[in-house]
Every structure is written in C-alpha cells, then in structure tokens.
Ligand binder design. Sequence first.
Ligand code: AGP
Length: 608
Amino acid sequence: MCGIVGYVGNKNAQDFLISGLKRLEYRGYDSAGIVTLDVKGEPTLLRAKGKIANLEEKLAANKRDDTIGIGHTRWATHGEPSEENAHPHRAGEIFLVHNGIIENYKELKEHLTEHDFKSQTDTEVLAALINSFYKDGKYSLINAVVQALKLVKGTYGIAVVSCKKPDEIVVARSGSPLVIGIGHDETMIASDASALLGHTKQAIYLNDGEVALVTSNSVEVKTLNAEPVSAKVEEIETNLAAIQKGGYEHFLLKEIMEQPESLKETLRGRVNLEEGTVRLGGPGIPEAELRQIKHLVIVGCGTAYHAGLLASYYIEQFTPEITVETVIASEYRYRNAYIPENSVALIVSQSGETADTLACLREIKKQGVKTIGIVNAIGSTIAREVDGGTYVHVGPEISVASTKAFTSQVIAMVMFGLTIAQAKGVKPAILKPYVKEIAKLPEAIHDTLENAKGEVEEIAKKYVDYEHAIYLGRDTAYPTAMEGALKLKEISYVDANAYAFGELKHGPLALIDDRFFEIALVPKGELYEKAASNVQEVLARNGHMIVVTNVEQFDLPVERVIRISDEIEHFAPLLMNLISQLFAYYTTVAKGYNVDQPRNLAKSVTVE
Ligand code: AGP
C-alpha cells in the first residue's frame, strides 16, 4: 500500500524522507517522490517511477539542506505508475501526498477548471481543490484543507505543505492511517510507525475525521468541525531490530523462522498449563455474556480469512451448541446477512488497516453486534474501533506474504474459543488436550522448521518449473491447504489452488495431468484413510504428488513424502503449514523473484 512520510525540524528533510520511504517499501509501491522547501519556500520536487533507488539517483544531483518536506511511495489506483502520476502533486503553492481513494474525484474535477491537470490521479484533484480555497488567501492552509475535505467522498491519509509557509505541515486522515512522531525540535509524520523507529518512541495516532497542524515543536489536532482534540501521545510499541532482517536474506524467511518466538509472545501470560486453561484479558467479555454466546462470525481477507476458517473447525470441535461462520470481508460487507442474537464477531487483521475488513467491522457494529479484534498492529484502526480485542503480538510483519501472523491468529482465536468453552462449563478433560498442545507448539514449530527446511529447499528446486499446483486436504487440513496455495501463488506466481479432498471427484480431478503437481496435507486421525484413498485417486491419474504427513509409515507410491513429528495431533495442520511456507519461499528464491515485495501486491490493502 502507499506510504507517507513528512518532516519538519532541525535536521535534513531529504535524508529523513528517503530513509522513511525505505522503511515503508515493504508495503508495496510502483513509484515514489519527495518535495522539500527551503527557508524562503523554494520547492525541490523529485519523483521517479519504480524503486526508491531511482529517486535517489535524482536526489544525488539535487541535494538540499532544507528542513521541511513530505514524501510518498505510490501503489497505483488511478493512473498508471509514472513520474507524472507519482506524488507529491502540486497545485499553486501547495504540495500534497495522499493515501486512499477520492471516490468523487471526477465530479470535483469538473469544477476545478482553473487548474492545469498534469496527471490522471484523484490526488491531483484533491490538491487542486485545496488550492482553490487557499490561493486567494481567504483561508489558512489548515482551513483550506478542512474546506476541501468536507467536499470529499472516499478515504484519505494526507500531508500538505505550502511554499508560503515553509514551517508547517497539515495532515488529515479518514480511513488511511497516519501517525505523528514527536521529537526534540522536530516532528515526523508517517503512514506506519516503522518509519519513525530510531527517531522517536513518542507518537500521536490520528483518528478518522481529524486534521492536524504540525510544526517542529507543536501539534494541534482538531476535527473537521473545528472542535479541538486533546491528542494522546503514545509509546511506539516496537523496535528497530524488529523491522530489520537480522541476518536473513529476506524478511519472509526471518518471519517464517521466528514463529517459535512470535507464538510464545502470543501465548505469554495467557496459558495456565497446570490448570489446563487459558485467560484472555483483551476481549473484556463478562463470563455471563460468554456463556450466552450462540454464534460466532469470523471476518477477514486473504490469510486472515484462512486463519479464521481453520480456527472455526477447532472451535466447533470443543465448544458445544455454537455455530461458527467464517466470511470473506469484501463479500460479507455487501450482503444483507442477519446476525442472530447472542453473536460475537471476530475481526481478523494483521495490519489492522485492511479497507474491506474495516468496512465490514463498521457494518457489523451497526447491527449492535459485539466485535472482538484479532489484530497484530498495535494502535491500528481496526484495533481502535473494535469493542475489545486480543493482540497477537508477533511484532512487525514486513514481508507481503503473511506467515507468523497466520499461526498466531489461529491460536489466538482458538484461545478465544476455549475461553467461551470454559465459561460454558465444557469438561476440562475435553479442553486440556488442546491447551497442552498449544503450550507445546512453539517447540514443535522450531523442530519442524529445523528438520524440514533443507529437504523442502531441495524439493522446491525439483518442482520449480511447474506453472500449476493443487493443494489438497480434509477437515482442518483443508483451510491449511488454502493458505498453502495462497502463499505459493502470491510470491512465486505459480497458479496454485486448493481443493477439499472430497471435492476432487466433483470436478478438479479433471485437471490432473503433467502440467500440475499436487501437495497433499495428510494428518493422522479418523479421516486419514479417506485422505489416503483420495491420494490414490490422484495417483491413478498419474499425478505428481508430494505428501506432507505425520504418520510413521506412508507407503503409497507418491513422488515425495515430507514427514513431520506426530507429537502434535490437533494442531498438526499448523506444522504442515510451515512446510507450505518454506516451499513457497524456496520456490520463489529458485525462480529469482522478489520474495518480500511480490508484483501487484501490497502488505496492507487500505483501498477497496
Ligand atoms: C497474505 O499473505 C496476503 N498478504 C494477504 O492475503 C493478507 O493476508 C490480506 O490482505 C489481509 O491482510 P490483513 O491481515 O492485514 O488484514
């Protein structure tokens, strides 16, 4: 997703802007730009298509010691990736950077006849609109921004500077995050706190409908209706090491390999092994209310959706008389779905900023349904708008492909389910096995990763030339297969899809030929025999099958068997998913593609 940075203070603005944009690169972008102002307001605007390195080439010949400026990495929505469409956009004496989508930009543009449009972007329309209020001096910069935003429909996170006032930045947000870093005689702006790390730990998280006037030593926040807001300065809850590669070649491998530690953070203080119980502080639902819960709606997109789907299978296993429905946010938000009495909605999102998930949350809240966040990014919009929540605490997830967040989201939702079951008086003999396995998972994850990574790398190289893949699984291995297929497709661009094993004969079996290879997740258990016979269905069509299993002896004539420990029974699919993560990673490395920033994708999809 697009990234915003801004600086006003006593240091070199160009240096901060470039380093800040590099921190936001992981979010995905296709062009970048910065503008700085000297003490007289003389602007230096630099923009480039492609990577920030291209922008740095231009910077080398345009070094300035300016101390105020704004910058942007753009992920194209309106207008192709190009220098003309890159932000900042200029209108008169102002420059603007913008995250989000101005939905009514076409009708606004019709009235802005005095502006000579140079780009195809909705952002330039917003810049021209602000300037239409600013240019004749009737409004100050912040008031011109307010007047313009009152006419805007859509989402925005913006930063604006003016050549007339080279000591102030105006920022505003509605639907796209903005954080203000408080330094000593300097103030920084970013769309993601990671850009502030190493500069300050103090931050103000702007809320929707707020606008702020920022100088090197002041921040004044108000609403669009000019009501002053007493902004809360918060501690940024992460550190520099967490957003660096720590010796790994890619963030993705680092985040796969740190899952033992990240899951431990998710479990910290929440599991009582002696009692065999869990305790979640965040949701804040009284015991009596937990007992009344009859229906769960789990909402997410992509990997978060898969985590919810997998968690729903587990919650049904140990929580009687409740129904669990897992829905894709972008679909559910437009359905006229009835949510019955005694329901709770789990809103799952690593970034806490996904537009469709946020919109779904707001729709569900309109029905008066209690909403619980399963979120990673501290202070994110979803985390702030839910009624209660459980942070998964896996630390910043930088790589576009989500891995450690998935594992912890599943377990966090399972723990929420166990909390309900405990309140409903489900026998400890039913719940304790799950709690014991949860406590053992970090170590089991560590062992699985260490034991499998060399073998998976070797196998990935052997299958690197296939363009089509099928993931297969039954029961809890089916949502896990869906997640495995997503991992492979989103970073290696292999056409990978998942099917429930039982669905093969209803159509997908027709696909099997030498263009495809298959990865089957086959855990021990009452459905093992059925899955084994499904494997034989594929082998009978000369499938090229890899089986991931925790059975001791798997002797069907598949091409490869990747064996994992059988010490974990219920959550074996989470260990199998590690194999899928590693397989996607090594396949992508073998193909030579960009592991952390795959084409066309962004880490946090804050536009619809
Ligand atoms: C997962 O690997 C993808 N990057 C994507 O599907 C992601 O899970 C989805 O966009 C949801 O993001 P969120 O968890 O931040 O809401």
